[in-house]
Design a protein around this ligand. Structure first.
Ligand code: C2O
Ligand code: CU
Length: 488
């Protein structure tokens, strides 16, 4: 009851405080769904594609009739989509024309440590108005531009890239620093899945807007991070898909493939169609499943991805199909709408065998580690901790041998979407039983729930250096729910 009184959007899996917009909310299902443009390389040399991205401010019309200043990759919200081949290296020059330092992380990437986006490896803006303290932290700093190298040595999957600056990830992603990075391979290409304009990215992110149209985000009160009132995470009252509020997409009566990413700071969604039909899940964070799975609804935590087929030929032309969020209420209970226009030819199908994905057997001699995600005060730190410690870039909480199988157990007091850098994992057990309905496939983010141990099998390969495990509720992350480990 106390929760309801102070405006908490209390629903299963959601206890963060709702930040309300100061402007009237727009009508739903009027803005057409935008599709982020696919980024083109500036040049290709010796089989390596080189790109250049400028991080800059832009004034965009997100809500009809209002201007919102974003800080985006190429000034876009979301940023451009990278569409690359497995095993083919991309080199991305990032140019910082913002007035804050940034860090770019490729989430889900099998990335050398130097390009992984260590939170102190800052890219400082040119122009010299950064404060002195920005120069003092112990990372590898560059000014103006910085080059990230991604070998893409991994199977086809939907990765995403976003800011990862220490203590400031949440506000910087909120203002626009995120985008999709798709990896393709021959195994996926050979499947008769929908493609072209029937393969649609859906980047879902909630926001709140101030009276002048700007993004509303709680100011930092006591140093880095957000007001402690928002310690649970910031959730807004406007649901954006690809940067548009409750958009609408015209679809043919045919199969579509949706690459769904929850790019929200802290909000979970339970996605379902109305009128109902199951979502056919074909992939998760780390690429295709072995076989398709029907899901009546899909719970997606921050940073998770689901690869889903919807067959609109099951609806009469003219039908309006709403994508619901069963964890939201009122306006946040809806995400977007599809309008089925007319019959169309469709030579796609959903093969019963999607990929060579196989469950890894639990090998003998595996190393076990426990990671406890808890609220915690340590000295003058008030916030969140892992194994009792707030993030300290100088402390390695684990030394991990490359190629060694490990079982990591995640325990918690409240909900946290736990993310591990460098290597994907398979969920072995949830609450001592088999994995949950949304835990299938290779994952890099897993939603852990109160009083429920989640055990995952992981093996790091190829790259030596410092990497991270953290909560992907971005306010929790900024309030220090992050730990470093070293691979060697
Ligand atoms: Cu999506 Cu360490 O982050
Ligand atoms: Cu958390």
């Amino acid at each position: 009851a106390a929760l309801a009184d102070c405006g908490l959007e209390a629903s299963p899996g959601q206890s963060a405080e709702l930040l309300r917009s100061e402007v009237p909310l727009p009508e739903a299902f009027e803005v057409p769904l935008p599709i982020p443009p696919v980024k083109k390389p500036v040049r290709t040399e010796a089989g390596v594609d080189h790109y250049r991205v400028v991080q800059k401010k832009a004034s965009l019309e997100i809500l009809p009739g209002l201007r919102t200043e974003v800080q985006g990759y190429d000034g876009l919200f979301p940023g451009p989509t990278f569409d690359v081949r497995s095993g083919r290296t991309t080199v991305i020059e990032q140019v910082n024309q913002l007035d804050v330092p940034t860090v770019v992380h490729l989430h889900g990437g099998h990335t050398p440590a130097a390009s992984d986006g260590w939170p102190l490896d800052l890219l400082l803006p040119n122009g010299g108005h950064h404060h002195e303290h920005m120069q003092m932290s112990g990372g590898d700093q560059k000014t103006g531009s910085r080059t990230y190298t991604y070998p893409n040595t991994q199977r086809a999957a939907a990765l995403w890239y976003h800011d990862h600056r220490m203590d400031y990830t949440a506000p910087q992603v909120y203002r626009g620093l995120f985008g999709l990075h798709l990896i393709r391979d021959d195994e996926e290409d050979a499947l008769p899945l929908p493609r072209g304009d029937r393969e649609i990215p859906l980047l879902i992110a909630d926001r709140a807007f101030a009276a002048d149209g700007s993004f509303r985000y709680p100011a930092a009160k006591d140093g880095p991070g957000v007001e402690s009132a928002y310690m649970e995470g910031v959730v807004g009252d406007v649901v954006l898909v690809n940067g548009a509020p409750w958009p609408i997409l015209d679809v043919a009566a045919a199969r579509y493939r949706f690459r769904i990413l929850n790019a929200s700071n802290a909000r979970r969604y339970e996605l379902a169609l109305d009128p109902g039909q199951p979502l056919i899940q074909i992939g998760s964070d780390g690429g295709l499943l072995g076989t398709p799975v029907e899901q009546a609804s899909l719970v997606i935590a921050p940073a998770e991805r689901f690869d889903v087929i919807v067959d609109f030929s099951k609806y009469q032309p003219g039908t309006e199909v709403t994508l619901l969020n069963k964890l939201g209420k009122d306006r946040t209970g809806q995400v977007m709408r599809f309008r089925v226009t007319g019959r169309a030819s469709d030579d796609t199908s959903i093969p019963s065998k999607l990929s060579s994905y196989a469950e890894v057997r639990e090998p003998a001699g595996v190393v076990r580690r426990k990671w406890a995600f808890r609220r915690g005060d340590a000295g003058d730190h008030k916030g969140w901790t892992i194994n009792g410690k707030p993030f300290d870039p100088d402390v390695m909480q684990a030394e991990v041998k490359l190629d060694q199988y490990e079982i990591w157990s995640f325990v918690t007091d409240v909900h946290h979407p736990v993310h591990v850098h460098l290597a994907p994992f398979q969920v072995l057990r949830r609450g001592g039983k088999k994995p949950g309905p949304y835990d299938r496939g290779w994952k890099d983010t897993v939603d852990i729930r109160p009083a429920e141990v989640v055990e995952v099998l992981v093996r790091f390969t190829a790259h030596r250096g410092k990497y991270l495990i953290h909560c992907h509720n971005l306010e929790h992350e900024d309030m220090a729910m992050m730990a470093a480990f070293r691979t060697s």
